[in-house]
Design a protein around this ligand. Structure first.
Ligand code: FE2
Length: 257
């Protein structure tokens, strides 16, 4: 099975680049399962049902989330009707939606880190508990969108799940990392896939806004930047029978609106 994992899609430029590039990539690389992180797809913060369907129609099988999952309040009411959208597994009980889904024969899980982030339930134990609960029902092919800030926490999860997940794929920082590799027991790992968002930006946001914030610490409305869009993703090849990753490679493009 070949999986394409696309980093955080930022706002309209990100969605447009996904719509423009994803269908061809999916076809040319014979991808079996496309997972897209959509937590910044609505104006840079959060997701809506309409935007989720737009990303699905562009070729995503599963849309994952992160710390911004509820930034668009309407999504609280929408997520339960969207069976291709998952939210972090380790949100406290009472949150709508599910933290995992089985699609095209693969288990896809979304988890949220805790280092330099808001308080959450323990993501390491949350994934362990899920695997114990699913038992034999869990497909061999298992992918984690690991939405976390600290590279230490991100790599630690890879080692924690080595041999138990096919791939632990980082999201959230919007900065693609050059560490994609296979761990000894067959788990593909990358600290961060990156983003699909404006290149000339700070994590997708207009640079002058973020620079000013660092200079005077005043609150400002974030605006998604414009111009060339970077499309960051990783392709993972997995042995269906064992769930072991054979290879992981970066797939990065640029797109001019
Ligand atoms: Fe995030």
């Amino acid at each position: 099975m070949r999986i394409l994992f696309v980093g955080d899609v930022v706002g309209k430029p990100g969605r447009q680049a996904v719509a423009a590039l994803l269908p061809a990539i999916r076809r040319e690389r014979s991808v079996d399962l496309v997972i897209v992180n959509g937590e910044n797809a609505a104006g840079g913060a959060g997701l809506t049902g309409e935007i989720a369907r737009e990303i699905r129609d562009a070729g995503a099988d599963v849309i994952t989330n992160g710390n911004h999952v509820w930034d668009q309040r309407t999504f609280l009411k929408e997520i339960d009707a969207l069976d291709f959208c998952i939210r972090p597994l380790n949100l406290p009980p009472g949150n709508p939606g599910a933290g995992w889904v089985i699609r095209n024969g693969a288990l896809v899980v979304n988890a949220l880190g805790r280092v330099f982030m808001a308080e959450q339930d323990d993501p390491f134990r949350a994934v362990d508990t899920l695997l114990a609960e699913l038992g034999e029902r869990a497909p061999r092919v298992r992918i984690l969108d690991w939405h976390a800030e600290a590279t230490s926490e991100k790599l630690a999860m890879g080692w924690h799940l080595d041999g138990r997940f096919s791939a632990v794929l980082g999201s959230h920082t919007h900065v693609p990392t050059a560490d994609a590799r296979i761990l000894p027991q067959g788990t593909a790992l990358v600290a961060d896939a990156g983003m699909v968002g404006p290149r000339d930006s700070v994590l997708g946001i207009e640079p002058s806004i973020i620079v000013s914030r660092f200079l005077d610490h005043l609150p400002r409305r974030f605006e998604v930047a414009t111009g060339v869009v970077q499309f960051n993703s990783v392709v993972v090849d997995i042995e269906d029978e064992t769930g072991r990753a054979r290879s992981i490679e970066r797939l990065d493009r640029e797109w001019l609106p």
